[in-house]
Design a protein around this ligand. Structure first.
Ligand SMILES: Nc1ncnc2c1ncn2[C@@H]1O[C@H](COP(=O)(O)OP(=O)(O)OP(=O)(O)O)[C@@H](O)[C@H]1O
Ligand SMILES: [Mg+2]
Length: 353
């Protein structure tokens, strides 16, 4: 039996590879398999048990227990602002994710397992060393070959643009840890502004707001839910009752929050995005600025799910703005799309040393 198992685990380098795509986002990790589509979407969270010295909780489970763990359990976030910050945690997370997401597909190869070729996107602000760390984390998780690509270009391809044409397109990726405003043309980035205050920072702003205005301490997951449930840029005024800890008594306390409260708490953050976008357009070549006005602005990232966000951008910038169809998965869709198109994905490879 063990001989059969050993044979099953043999990897032959010249055998056709098994292609998988990785979007290692700050908040969410997405994995796709060539010709199958996205097979994994989970929060990039782990629970570390200091007693047993092992990672015990992964993804949604780890995120759900955040704020409710005993002392010996720590919630770990391996990706910070789009950059791999905790190598060992990321390897553990990737191994676990690949077990769930990729193994079922590998099982179909009964005798010889094909080597896994991973394509992963990293933000352009990452250094060669940081990209190398992503490459090594994937290799350590069982991938034989790793190609690192420019994230903003993959995202633009996921919006449906021909990123190799010399027609500049502006894409704003509103993620959890990074807010990337990019102008893409001719297979490269012609201008970019990156803000490290993104979706997760909004949760912190809500926590600060309720603390100062209502004297209540709210957990991170509660603040995220408030943002998702209440925030919109339409005329709709919603409200929810949330429970936290009173600053005065230390006892549970409930407050009612409205959409306008959340807008007030987050408006400074949205002003930053608008200012950075305006600045980028102003710094662009006249032809590029003209193309942006003509082609409009594409919004991606899960924050683009805020109702009416395109109207808000349009109102502030006086440029047509729209949310792309697969806004939450644009990066990973882009990688798949470029690999299907005669493997043009290699044209957007980012160097590692
Ligand atoms: N329906 C929603 N409306 C608004 N925001 C949402 C919604 N669902 C999730 N979010 C927020 O979107 C953010 C996560 O976005 P996304 O998954 O695009 O980030 P990411 O790809 O993991 O991060 P990054 O690309 O910045 O590294 C979180 O801050 C989350 O609270
Ligand atoms: Mg992202």
């Amino acid at each position: 039996m063990s001989i059969i198992n050993n044979i099953k685990n043999i990897r032959v380098p010249f055998f056709s590879t098994f292609k998988a795509y990785f979007d290692l986002g700050t908040t969410n990790t997405r994995i796709a398999v060539k010709k199958k589509g996205v097979v994994f979407r989970e929060p990039t969270y782990l629970g570390y048990n200091a007693k047993t010295k092992e990672y015990m909780f992964f993804g949604t489970e780890a995120k759900t227990i955040q704020g409710k763990t005993p002392d010996f359990l720590t919630i770990v976030r391996p990706i910070t602002n789009g950059i791999l910050a905790d190598f060992d945690a990321e390897v553990s997370f990737l191994r676990n994710s690949m077990d769930t997401a990729i193994r079922p597909y590998l099982e179909q190869f009964s005798l010889i397992k094909p080597p896994i070729h991973a394509v992963a996107a990293t933000p352009s602000i990452s250094t060669e060393i940081e990209r190398k760390a992503v490459e090594e984390s994937l290799q350590k998780s069982g991938c034989t070959q790793v190609t690192i690509v420019e994230r903003a270009l993959a995202t633009a391809a996921g919006c449906g643009f021909n990123i190799f044409s010399h027609e500049p397109q502006m894409v704003i990726d509103l993620g959890g840890g990074l807010l990337e405003i990019s102008v893409v043309s001719g297979g490269g980035i012609v201008g970019q502004r990156v803000l490290k205050t993104a979706g997760e920072n909004m949760n912190k702003l809500i926590a600060n707001y309720t603390y100062l205005k209502h004297g209540i301490v709210l957990g991170e997951n509660t603040c995220e839910n408030i943002k998702i449930e209440l925030l919109n840029f339409t005329d709709e005024e919603l409200n929810v009752t949330v429970r936290g800890k009173s600053l005065e008594t230390g006892l549970p306390k409930s407050i009612k929050l409205k959409t306008s409260d959340v807008r007030e708490a987050l408006i400074s953050q949205f002003h930053h995005v608008i200012d950075a976008t305006r600045e980028l357009i102003e710094a662009s070549q006249p032809e590029v600025a003209d193309a942006i006005f003509k082609n409009g602005i594409a919004l991606t990232g899960k924050i683009a799910g805020i109702p009416g966000i395109e109207q808000y951008f349009h109102q502030e910038l006086k440029i047509d703005t729209y949310v792309v169809e697969h806004y939450a998965d644009a990066t990973i869709y882009g990688m798949m799309r470029l690999d299907q198109d005669n493997e043009t994905i290699y044209k957007i490879a980012a160097p590692t040393y």
